[in-house]
Design a protein around this ligand. Sequence first.
Ligand code: FMN
Length: 373
Amino acid sequence: MLGAAGLGIAGAGLVALPGCGVYAAEDGEAFAAWEFPGGERIPERVVARAALLGASPHNTQPWGVAISPAAVELRARFDRNLGTMDGLRRELHIGLGCAVENMAIAAAAVGRAATVALLPDPTDPALVARVALTPATARPSALFDAIPNRHTNRGPYLDGAAAPGLEAALRGLQDERSLEFHWLDSLGERARFRQETIDATEAITGDADMSRDSDRWYRHTAEEIVANRDGTSIDAAGLGASERTLGKAGARPSEESANTYWLDATRTRHTTGSAFAILSSTTESTRVDQLRVGRVYQRMHLWATSQGLGMQPLNQLAERQDREEAQKLEPRFTRALASFVGSGRRAQMLFRIGYPWERAFASARRPLEWVLS
Ligand SMILES: Cc1cc2nc3c(=O)[nH]c(=O)nc-3n(C[C@H](O)[C@H](O)[C@H](O)COP(=O)(O)O)c2cc1C
């Protein structure tokens, strides 16, 4: 079992290693942001705090916020990027779009009509969105209620068919004309997506730069989690209780064993579920397209959460596509993606959906005070 966990643990006797120790999931200051909206009564602060709970690549949280009663502005933190794992900064912008969607949903729930302007100032690419707020009747929603419960679920899902109506329900949430939603639920499509994703994972783990840049965002100890309040962790990995405990007790896994673990998890857990899905844009792939993809993805994940469904982005193919473009490599995975979305489209966000066996845990968040600008 320990080998399968791939956490580089030789045995449970390693508990006493310096810098290691078992800690509780979702405990302490690093997770306080999830008490949402908690006691917060000021509408624009609820809107800003909702932004912090969006999904983001490797939990980089590449954002800052500026608050006034009339508007909340979301700014990109380009320094919080994934390096060669996201060489074209596609994922960074999708993550910012996720934050924008949470802001719009929260505004409606706390009695503010939100007018969202994406990239409103062409001379300032860091000003990602201005969400103008005007008083309106409060419209609470199931999506708002789902904001603090939405967590990426990397555990096993039931390998059965999707419930009738699931595809249509998700399609109904996609209201951006420049985007398309691709649904892969036949056995053949699922098997092909699964194998291509495993191959792309292998390509990433065999790429020293991507592997290093991914590993930089892994937080192993409770101290690292509370100091950074970002990144990925054992509790977010979708492991069972005993694997999580043993993983925390052991030393930080080497980059190599983390890669082995990831590849193994991709084969065994991450490719289970009822369907894979892809959000695509035109091949122009503008920043606004990417922000819109983020908005739609976040909306779908919130809705899935409200229905007890699990979701997990699986972007290895798109990460390799971007790498191929940046490095002028043979377009192996670019072609694979085109076979799913058509050659006139660009795959932006890939994910799986299904019925999970276990609940997912929250990942750390930086508090509002750390991101105010
Ligand atoms: C653009 C984007 C790409 C992502 N790609 C992956 C991925 O390939 N695999 C994965 O397990 N999670 C992926 N995620 C999920 C993030 O790692 C996750 O949102 C982040 O760690 C915060 O956790 P949370 O979603 O549970 O709040 C992605 C998220 C975004 C926004």
